[in-house]
Design a protein around this ligand. Structure first.
Ligand SMILES: Nc1ncnc2c1ncn2[C@@H]1O[C@H](COP(=O)(O)OP(=O)(O)OP(=O)(O)O)[C@@H](O)[C@H]1O
Length: 258
């Protein structure tokens, strides 16, 4: 499924946060949204999935206006992994992942629903935690459960808000490899906000760099992750190292004493 956002504009009260954000996300690709703290990444993701209502703009998926769909139809198309919060989850891992099947369920849970949930739980290495309550998990384990819930939903498009922020390096690699595999093998479309620029470069087909609620640069990781672009947006002098295994962004020092 192709996703395109056109002219997304959003304010929290009188504070303008997104201004006329327009971009396209091709099917079967991973697109990362990067940018400094407060540049609008989370707000943009929340506007795409209607958690926040944009003041202006539209989001089209394969020619259909997403923002006009009801929640159930939208959930068949779009899976959302929010940033993890401290809120209590009175559900087990299995029950949480099963919630992802809700848009597909009839009156009762089918064996396909149960099989999909077990498969996804196993795929993410969560089987031994299956009966544990979410409140009893570590931040990283919880983050994987929220991803598992979105995978069980089997949507065409995934919106991931910093899906690896609480994960150790092995889990970061596994989750981002899995996300890439889903994009390539299932031709799913992935949009993720991510802070780690090296991981963004390594696992993204396309990068959108935000600065103060506007798109500053967009393109392949090599096109966007330049010392000039990062100096202007992050206010940091960096050294970009190109190697066979990808681009490394080495922060050198803040600009203007930042
Ligand atoms: N609920 C809110 N009410 C008012 N302002 C908000 C609210 N949430 C975020 N903002 C403001 O909107 C701007 C964009 O925030 P957003 O969380 O989208 O940025 P971000 O790029 O995801 O940041 P981070 O990298 O720190 O997660 C910031 O200036 C922030 O202070």
């Amino acid at each position: 499924m192709k996703l395109s956002a056109e002219g997304i504009t959003f304010s929290y009260g009188s504070r303008s946060v997104l201004d006329d954000v327009t971009f396209q996300v091709p099917e079967g690709q991973v697109t990362s949204i990067i940018g400094p703290n407060g540049s609008g990444k989370t707000t943009l993701i929340k506007c795409i999935n209607k958690v926040l209502p944009p003041k202006k703009g539209s989001v089209m998926v394969d020619g259909q206006e997403l923002l006009k769909m009801n929640r159930k139809n939208m959930a068949k198309i779009l899976g959302y992994v929010p940033q993890i919060t401290k809120e209590a989850f009175p559900l087990t891992v299995f029950e949480t992942v099963l919630m992802g099947r809700k848009p597909h369920m009839g009156w009762k849970v089918s064996s396909k629903d149960l099989n999909t949930v077990s498969q996804v739980i196993s795929q993410l290495g969560l089987t031994s935690l299956s009966e544990r309550y979410l409140d009893e998990l570590s931040g990283g384990q919880k983050q994987k459960v929220l991803l598992a819930r979105a995978l069980a939903q089997e949507p065409g498009i995934f919106l991931l808000d910093e899906p690896t922020s609480d994960l150790d390096i092995k889990n970061q690699l596994e989750v981002l490899q899995l996300v890439n595999k889903i994009a390539k093998e299932n031709t799913s479309t992935i949009v993720m906000a991510i802070h780690d620029l090296h991981m963004a470069a390594r696992f993204s087909d396309k990068v959108i760099l935000l600065k103060e609620g506007e798109i500053y640069a967009t393109g392949t990781p090599t096109e966007v992750l330049t010392e000039e672009n990062l100096a202007v947006t992050y206010e940091v002098k960096t050294s970009i190292i190109n190697t066979n295994s990808g681009i490394y962004v080495l922060p050198v020092e803040p600009i203007n004493g930042g």
